[in-house]
Unconditional design. Structure first.
Length: 405
């Protein structure tokens, strides 16, 4: 379900239009749309927007839960655009005020940046944040980061200090020391509906592009091109092709199925590109896909099974394998039958065992799981991430990984 206002112009500064794309090409460049979906009737709703860079666009998601005592809990706020706020006000009118706003991470800038603006729109709500918040280059007070004074509190594992503990289980992963700042994530499980809410640890990739990504298909068509000279027609096959390549980009940055075109050659090709408009980056398209690129996508997707994102596998969670597994076993002790992560597909029809399978990469002895359900990903696609990891270790920026458990 979504509300639309054709009179609302993309030039409205309140609609989070990004005007600095030549310097930092963050997508969307124009109006940021919001889609609301009801996941559990009368109880749980998701709000999807998109985020990206250089047309590598993916969903970013907020989840809203109706509380038994009345009112709403908001997990991982998104941009409070006029459209998003209209959709929220419809829920507020039907189910009561926003009582709690949860920031479930300490390092995800795409989540942190919207909490303050969102909280200011709901001044009665208490704001709970993952406890090990940090900022770079200086650690600043929470109020300096835009979080409201007087109603922002640190989340605690102690149930007696969590006012919504009568409806939710809570487990905090971390803090995992990474050098510049720690990684931390808060998992919440809504017991009545059996719904697990996660930020970044677990994802699943749909075969076809999510609805929110298709509202503006241009990024899909841009990545559906086979070279700078190609212009991809707007049809379902090209939208799917573009989405699957975007997924490989988004997770691996430079998957093994991708060839990088030399800068000089890419500049030459741009002069003869099929589309040399500003929207098409003036024809600059510095990569080509190998003929078997789709195999890499199928290995990533794994028939839709949940997995831990490659960057978390290669650079973060392997710094604390035992702590991560302890957290995963705690979460798996809860009774849930669906997961709503903040990115890519949702909701996922996933229970505790499938959730645990995603952390196989941390174990010396892989879990005994069915074909297509393991959390293991192809080593060949980790080339760039492993090179990045080595560079960070050599420069003393991040600690080396620990042995598998």
């Amino acid at each position: 379900m979504t509300a639309q206002d054709p009179s609302h112009r993309a030039s409205d500064p309140k609609d989070w239009t990004w005007r600095l794309w030549p310097v930092v090409p963050l997508y969307p460049y124009g109006r940021r749309r919001t889609l609301r979906k009801e996941v559990v009737k009368g109880t749980i709703w998701t709000f999807d927007q998109i985020q990206g860079i250089l047309y590598v666009v993916t969903p970013i998601r907020m989840t809203v839960v109706k509380l038994v005592a009345g009112g709403l809990l908001v997990y991982a706020p998104i941009a409070p655009t006029p459209e998003c706020l209209r959709l929220m006000q419809e829920l507020v009118a039907a189910h009561g005020a926003v009582r709690y706003i949860i920031l479930p991470t300490v390092s995800g800038i795409e989540h942190k940046v919207f909490v303050g603006p969102f909280a200011r729109r709901f001044p009665q709500a208490q704001v709970f944040v993952a406890p090990s918040q940090w900022s770079f280059p200086l650690n600043l007070p929470l109020s300096w980061l835009g979080l409201p004074i007087g109603r922002t509190r640190l989340l605690a594992a102690d149930r007696s200090r969590v006012p919504f503990a009568d409806e939710f289980d809570c487990a905090i992963l971390g803090p995992i020391a990474l050098g510049l700042g720690p990684f931390e994530e808060v998992a919440l499980c809504h017991r009545a509906s059996g719904t697990l809410l996660l930020a970044d640890t677990i994802v699943s990739v749909p075969e076809t592009p999510p609805e929110i990504v298709q509202l503006d298909p241009y990024p899909l068509l841009f990545h559906a091109k086979d070279d700078a000279f190609d212009i991809a027609a707007d049809n379902l096959a090209n939208r799917i092709k573009g989405w699957q390549r975007i997924s490989l980009f988004g997770f691996y940055f430079r998957p093994s199925a991708l060839d990088i075109v030399a800068l000089v050659q890419a500049a030459r090709d741009a002069r003869r590109a099929g589309d040399r408009s500003r929207k098409a980056y003036f024809g600059f398209y510095p990569f080509r896909w190998k003929p078997d690129w789709h195999r890499s996508f199928e290995a990533l997707r794994g028939n839709g099974r949940p997995f831990v994102a490659p960057i978390l596998q290669a650079l973060i969670l392997n710094r604390a394998p035992q702590e991560t597994l302890d957290w995963a076993y705690q979460v798996a002790s809860w009774n849930f039958q669906r997961i709503i992560p903040c990115h890519f597909d949702a909701p996922l029809a996933v229970g505790p065992q499938q959730f645990l399978n995603a952390f196989t990469f941390l174990k010396k002895q892989p879990l005994e799981v069915g074909a297509g359900h393991s959390g293991l990903l192809p080593d060949a696609d980790f080339g760039l991430l492993k090179a990045l990891e080595q560079g960070l270790i050599e420069r003393g920026i991040t600690p080396p990984p620990k042995e598998r458990v």
